[in-house]
Design a protein around this ligand. Structure first.
Ligand code: NAX
Length: 331
């Protein structure tokens, strides 16, 4: 039998946490043969609720769940973890300035970076979910210099999955037959959902999405804005932000990273830019990646047309501005 892996979920008393921890305990994230020990962190006002989540995990009698740590102590939460899913953060409240929200999150991510660096297992893989996800991940990376930069990522898989879902709905095909959409850039409304390399499996082989949809106006317009604005549409409908889809996508992100992507399939991950596709290095930017042996690699050599180029640059520009704002909060 495999040794258990320790998985940290911060913000575990929140709504994504509530959807995510049972998925992890059922093996959705790391595999049906991988025992896990859950480490759940939240802040003192949520301590009682967090304990309630722990009680439910016990009550669910998950065979793979070998232990639960529920704590408000960052060091205890981070100790020995192999995977860290950072869902906790400071939400933007009505009337708050962008800079004030950034400043709160910068201090949270700076502190948690230090705790992970000092106490996590070597080679711990980090996924930042909390917004602003790319920039929180960048701060975490900067303040945990001994964690390899390739181990710090942010979640854009939800956006990726939303794009797959929209294509599947439009064409009336199974979502599992659609692949290789790309989310470029920031997990924000400037992200660029790109279908230029996406295909659909049909009875006569793989066909390009552009050819099957045969409506460039929709693909270059409404499709893009629907994916970009999907989070807002969920809030409008549910009066709460996306939670089950975010949790499921976080599992997809870690599972593919650890266990590998299928041959010929790429997925979107926010990773530390190396300058690929003319994206400035030093940003956490969402790229198409393939994973194998526990490492991601940016898919190289995809042709980028002029329409796409502008969109890749615009979202990079926004991330550079976020980075400056974050750094101004450190001064
Ligand atoms: P909730 O407000 O329900 O939960 C957040 C939890 O974090 C709360 O329990 C809170 O007490 C806790 N928390 C706050 N500060 C903390 C700290 N310093 N350490 C540990 N825990 C702390 O929000 P929820 O709906 O679960 O969303 C969580 C985050 O995910 C938000 O930042 C949200 O914007 C972000 N999202 C990111 C998505 C993505 O695709 N990257 C999509 C979904 C979601 O909107």
């Amino acid at each position: 039998a495999k040794d258990p892996m320790r998985v940290l979920v911060t913000g575990a008393a929140g709504q994504i946490g509530y959807a995510l921890v049972p998925m992890i305990a059922r093996g959705v994230m790391l595999g049906a043969d991988q025992p896990v020990i859950l480490h759940m962190l939240d802040i003192p006002p949520a301590a009682e609720a967090l304990n309630g989540v722990k009680m439910e995990l016990v009550d669910a009698a998950f065979p793979l769940l070998k232990g639960v740590v529920a704590t408000t102590d960052v060091v205890e939460a981070c100790t020995g973890v192999n995977v860290a899913v950072m869902v906790g953060g400071f939400p933007r409240k009505e009337g708050m300035e962008r800079k004030d929200v950034m400043s709160k999150n910068v201090s949270i991510y700076k502190a948690q970076a230090s705790a992970l660096e000092a106490h996590a297992a070597p080679n711990c893989k980090v996924l930042v979910v909390a917004n602003p996800a790319n920039t929180n991940a960048l701060i975490l990376k900067e303040f945990a210099p001994s964690i390899p930069e390739k181990n710090v990522t942010c979640l854009t898989r939800l956006d990726h999955n939303r794009a797959l879902g929209q294509i599947s709905e439009r064409l009336g095909v199974q979502v599992s037959d659609v692949k290789n959409v790309i989310i470029w850039g920031n997990h924000s409304s400037t992200q660029y959902p790109d279908v230029n390399h996406a295909t659909v499996k049909t009875s006569t082989g793989e066909k390009p999405v552009r050819e099957l949809v045969a409506d460039d106006e929709w693909l270059n317009g409404e499709f893009i804005t629907t994916v970009q604005q999907r989070g807002a549409a969920i809030i409008k409908a549910r009066k709460l932000s996306s939670a089950l889809s975010a949790a499921s996508s976080a599992c997809d992100h870690i599972r593919d990273w650890v266990l590998g992507t299928p041959e010929g399939t790429f997925v979107s991950m926010g990773v530390y830019s190396d300058g690929s596709y003319g994206v400035p290095s030093g940003l956490i930017y969402s790229f198409p990646v393939t994973c194998s042996g526990g490492e991601w690699k940016i898919v190289q050599g995809l042709p980028i047309d002029e329409f796409s180029r502008k969109k890749l640059d615009a979202t990079a520009q926004e991330l550079s501005e976020e980075k400056s704002l974050a750094y101004s909060c450190l001064e």
